[in-house]
Each structure stands twice: as C-alpha cells, then as structure tokens.
Design a protein around this ligand. Structure first.
Ligand SMILES: NC(=O)c1ccc[n+]([C@@H]2O[C@H](COP(=O)([O-])OP(=O)(O)OC[C@H]3O[C@@H](n4cnc5c(N)ncnc54)[C@H](OP(=O)(O)O)[C@@H]3O)[C@@H](O)[C@H]2O)c1
Length: 249
C-alpha cells in the first residue's frame, strides 16, 4: 500500500487503460479521482470495482480540453482533498484518416484532447505539488508517437508532442521532487482498438515479438511503478509497453 494518503487524478479513467490505472492506484491505497467526459455508466462501474476491493475513489467529470472548466474542477478537487499528488494524463481520442483528406477539425480535436488536455491538467495540479514538494505526473503517449503511422498524423503528432512536454516539465519541476514521465503503450485491447479488422490485427501481431496485443493491466502496471515512491529517481523518461514492437527510446 505504497500510495496510502495520496490523491490521484486519472483522466479518461472510466474505460480501457484508464480504468485499470484507477483500480491499480486504488489498490495501492490512493484515493482516486475518476475523470471522464461523457460515459457516466462506465465511470460508475470503475468506482464500483474500486469499492468492491476496499479502495476509495470519486467522480471528476470534465472535458480535459476545456481549460476553464478543467481548472475549476481541479480547484474543487484540491480544495476537497488538499492536493492532487498523482496526475495521470490518460484521456485520449483518435480521428483517423489520411492527411490529404484530414479536416482541420479532426486535427484540432485530437491535439486538443491528447496534448493540450495534458498541458491544462498538469498546469492546474502543479502549484499544489510544488507546495508539497512531491508529485508524480504520468503522460500516456503511444508507440505511434515514436514510429509514426499512416492515417494518424494528428494522433502521432499529439503523442510525440507529449514526450517533449514531459521532458520539459521534468526539467522545470525536478527541484521540487516532482517527477514527470511517459508510458507508451503499443496496441492494447480496449474500445479504441476494437474496430481493427481481423486482417489488420493479424498484420499487427506479426510485428509484435511477444505475439499478442497487450491488455490494459499491462499498461497500468507501468503507471503504478511511475506513480510509486520507488520511481523517485526517474524523470523525463518513457516506459514502453508494447510486446517488443518498438525497442528504441
Ligand atoms: N488502446 C491502445 O492501443 C492505446 C495504445 C497507445 C496509447 N493509448 C492511449 O492510452 C489512453 C487510453 O486509451 P484507451 O484505449 O483506454 O481509450 P478508450 O478505451 O477509448 O477510453 C478513452 C477514455 O478517455 C476519456 N476521454 C476522451 N476524451 C476526453 C476528454 N476530452 N476529456 C476527458 N476524458 C476524455 C473517455 O471518457 P468517456 O468514457 O467519458 O468517453 C475514456 O475514459 C489514450 O491516451 C490513448 O491514446 C492507447
């Protein structure tokens, strides 16, 4: 129970990877804020799962790309729970299509949620962390940010951008013992990847040395480590969780 007494906020905590991150952090003793944008039923299920195992959590619905609303909600959370000690910027969306046909709105939506959302939420929690001289910020990037992907210029740009955000924040916040790191999943079985055709799935699996898509729990384990006191000497790094699909850094 290494996170006893800590408060965590997980954006996009209602489903998929975020849900497993919530369960894992709650199992480690953290009080977990479950952020989501619209799927209240899924958020309720996440909280029920946390409580079934004796953990504690609360709902934190807001759109991470809506700066005013996000700041307001995070202020309320900080007032109610003293501080946010751990922030997991996990909320993400895709709007895929080849660049030649991509609409500006599809570019903007993906950059706003995946990259600007992380900037907005991090900025809102960092003052409290600086005061406490302790904090953990974990940004959910993607293997696609490192490899690129045809049909995902918006998503790959946002995910690569998160790496630059992470490294710069890590340098700005290190003197206050706040670490900022990324987790970069490969292809993980969630709603986001549920519409891949059997053919694409087979082709992907051929590129994965461990021979299978990942599970949300595989990613949550890496987040749990980066959230823990044990990772205190790591900052500005990316942990790759991709079955060996990409081995660079
Ligand atoms: N699945 C993969 O293969 C994979 C691979 C690499 C990286 N990732 C990254 O991992 C993260 C989680 O992916 P996932 O597969 O678990 O996705 P998912 O199953 O599609 O869930 C997305 C989550 O993000 C929330 N969300 C979306 N837009 C939001 C917004 N504007 N404000 C607040 N919350 C918002 C959703 O809330 P609602 O439930 O309310 O809609 C949901 O909780 C994303 O950043 C994704 O890019 C995923």
């Amino acid at each position: 129970m290494t996170l006893q007494g800590k408060v965590a906020l997980v954006t996009g905590g209602s489903r998929g990877i975020g849900q497993q991150v919530c369960l894992r952090l709650a199992a480690m003793g953290a009080m977990v804020g479950i952020n989501y944008v619209s799927n209240e039923a899924a958020a309720k299920q996440t909280l029920a799962l946390i409580e079934q195992t004796g953990g504690k959590g609360f709902f934190a619905p807001f759109d991470v790309a809506d700066s005013e609303r996000a700041q307001e909600r995070i202020r309320e959370i900080t007032d109610a729970h003293e501080s946010v000690d751990i922030l997991v910027n996990n909320a993400g969306i895709t709007r895929d299509g080849l660049m030649a046909r991509m609409k500006d709105a599809e570019w903007d939506a993906v950059l706003d949620t995946n990259l600007k959302g992380a900037y907005i939420c991090s900025k809102a929690v960092m003052k409290g962390m600086m005061k406490k001289r302790w904090g953990r910020i974990i940004n959910m990037t993607s293997v696609v940010g490192f490899l690129g992907n045809a049909g995902q210029v918006n998503y790959a740009s946002a995910k690569a951008g998160l790496v630059g955000l992470t490294k710069s924040m890590a340098r700005e916040l290190a003197s206050r013992s706040i670490t900022v790191n990324c987790v970069a999943p490969g292809y993980i079985v969630t709603d986001m990847t549920s519409n891949l055709s059997a053919e694409i799935r087979e082709a992907l699996i051929k590129q994965i040395p461990l021979g299978t898509l990942g599970q949300p729990q595989d990613v949550a384990a890496a987040v749990a480590f980066l959230a823990s006191p044990e990772s205190g000497y790591m900052t500005g790094q990316t942990l790759h969780v991709n079955g060996g699909m990409y081995m660079g850094n």
